[in-house]
Ligand binder design. Sequence first.
Ligand code: CP3
Length: 356
Amino acid sequence: MPTPVPTTAPTASATRSSDLVRAARREPVDRTPVWFMRQAGRSLPEYRAIREGIPMLESCMRPDLVTEITLQPVRRHGVDAAIFFSDIVVPLKAIGVDLDIVPGVGPVVAHPIREWSDLDQLVPLTPEHVPFITEAVRLLVAELGATPLIGFAGAPFTLASYLVEGGPSKNHVRTKALMHGDPELWDALCARLAQISGAFLRVQAEAGASAVQLFDSWAGALSKADYTARAMPHSAAALAAVADLDVPRIHFGVGTGELLQLMGEAGAEVVGVDYRTSMTDAIDRLGPSYAVQGNLDPALLFAPWEALERRVREIVEEGRRAPGHIFNLGHGVLPEVDPDVLTRVTALVHECSSRP
Ligand code: CP3
């Protein structure tokens, strides 16, 4: 089936004037918008309760559960955006890749990709593979009203790392061996993943998500040269799949201080900054063309309130120099965090950034 004719997302008007969408578009805001990566998840007792006995991937495929879990942190913390509850491997599962998310481990792949014939597992993703995503986004958009929903996908490099290694990896040795040993196979693998990620973003945007985030969590493992040659073109292809839709694109990675400019150039309106790079340095590197998102160290949520408060205020101040700033963590919420601290940080960001 051909890709549907571009449409403006149904929510565009409801969330167009939200601080999150305005900051992403480098427009003036009333307050610095704030949300947290992994805000929906194990830090919340209501999440642990609703997930009890239901495997992670099953919960991602049930629109009623996806809707409830996505809304939980919005209700509790008063954050400025909902992040769609799913996982970067859900589109791979949907096209038939044999994988599971193992508690405490992460995604584990039954038949890792190492040769040309292994690519047969990766067929093009169409909306028909993921009707449960379309349904959940529609349900959510109706519930969220003026609060934007952020859709997301994994970037080709990060997805390829799971597929080639067969699971989580510290040093990405097989991934890098394939990238350098057989660049043609690597590029063919990543081209398929770019189609899958791009189509997954598009399904969410067309169903009503107000922004999208491409997670390239492990891109910081690459040198600038390797990122430029072997990862960036594929991320650019994934981001290009929604370029004609009215949704700002956020591009995030961990340890990517050296890659920030390239991540913007790949086709993002907002570049995510992890806590290893100061906001000031990130803004200097990116210049006036991009909004920034970040960058509180998730470990600081365990520090005494005075120390945490000081750091949050500093980040808000630093962010004022950017043409747009979305407050977030430098990586995801850790499961052990006291959720009341997240509520307090949300209120603090709003209070200290309020423009009269
Ligand atoms: O609140 C949100 O941010 C939305 C949901 C979300 C999840 N995964 C839910 C999830 C998002 C955006 C992701 C993205 C994701 N998944 C990434 C990119 C972001 C990042 O953290 O760098 C990556 C690398 C994955 C792969 C993955 N899935 C990992 C490493 C894990 C953790 C394994 C573990 O148990 O520690 C998962 C599982 C996962 N995805 C959980 C959640 C809430 C935990 C599963 C559970 O609650 O049982």
